[in-house]
Design a protein around this ligand. Structure first.
Ligand code: ZN
Ligand code: ZN
Length: 277
């Protein structure tokens, strides 16, 4: 099976509002995104299709055909528009919030019938570089990712090895006084979209958990010296992503954590799905 991803961008405005609520109540529910005058984003959409190669042209789908469908179904309806007021699906249903989750589902239903036998695999919609929704055509199930960045130092050093062995295995990462990173943590949660808020989870809950369990415990710390988790545990990114999972996952419940991706540098990242996989 081959997978092909095409990206397009569009610029649009929106706001979140439960029609029965007052402006003040909507602000309490949605924060600044409730501004009834709207706000906007530079959205980026990645559409991934899959299929066997056509034996004649050696492609899953002709990009020209895919681009035309993306232009007709996405750009024409969203680019430089006010989604709540001008997109027919959302304008006709004021209870449907134009969140990334609901936009991804809407885009799937618009694109999927137009692909002439090619299978739509995934819709990924970026609201900005730190927030995106993934949809795989599975009912109301959406994967939502938010990206957080924090700073910490560490020294790779295993208590099971002697000093020479540590130098041999970890090289300059074994530097006695440590070194540091801007860690980037992608937090992916999954769940059914809440029909009232249009969201998989309350973002305040997610941000608050991250504030407490990640920033409060690990930001601007020396992992080996400042955090009890690494008193006797080598702070490799594999160990760190698991420690982060154990810090975040219980606090998020009932929000379901799907995956943590820890980027130690732009050149490497480490994924952890908990014990289930
Ligand atoms: Zn927004
Ligand atoms: Zn390091």
């Amino acid at each position: 099976m081959h997978y092909l991803t095409r990206q397009i961008a569009f610029e649009a405005s929106h706001y979140y509002s439960v029609p029965e609520l007052s402006d003040a109540e909507n602000y309490a529910l949605f924060g600044a995104t409730a501004n009834p005058n709207s706000h906007g984003h530079n959205y980026v959409l990645e559409a991934t299709v899959k299929g066997r190669l056509n034996p004649e042209h050696g492609m899953v789908i002709n990009i020209t055909d895919l681009d035309r469908v993306l232009r007709e179904e996405i750009v024409a309806y969203y680019d430089h528009k006010h989604i709540n007021l001008q997109h027919p699906t959302f304008a006709n249903n004021p209870h449907l919030q134009p969140t990334s989750e609901n936009l991804a589902i809407q885009m799937w239903s618009a694109l999927e019938p137009r692909l002439n036998g090619t299978i739509l695999h995934r819709i990924r919609l970026y609201e900005d570089s730190t927030l995106f929704a993934d949809y795989y055509g599975d009912g109301q199930m959406v994967y939502f990712t938010k990206v957080y960045e924090f700073s910490a130092s560490h020294r790779l050093h295993s208590p099971q090895l002697n000093d020479a062995e540590n130098r041999e295995v970890f090289g300059k990462c074994n530097n006695f006084y440590g070194h540091g990173h801007n860690y980037v943590l992608e937090v992916t949660i999954k769940g059914e979209v809440n029909p009232r808020t249009g969201m998989v989870a309350d973002l305040h809950c997610l941000d608050e958990t991250m504030q407490r369990q990640v920033y409060g415990r690990f930001d601007h710390k020396h992992l080996n010296l400042d955090t009890p988790e690494f008193e006797n545990l080598n702070p490799t990114s594999e160990n760190f992503v698991q420690v982060l999972w154990e810090a975040i996952e219980p606090s998020l419940k009932p929000i379901k954590l799907h995956r943590l991706r820890l980027r130690e540098t732009p050149k490497n990242h480490f994924d952890y799905y908990g014990d289930e996989i």
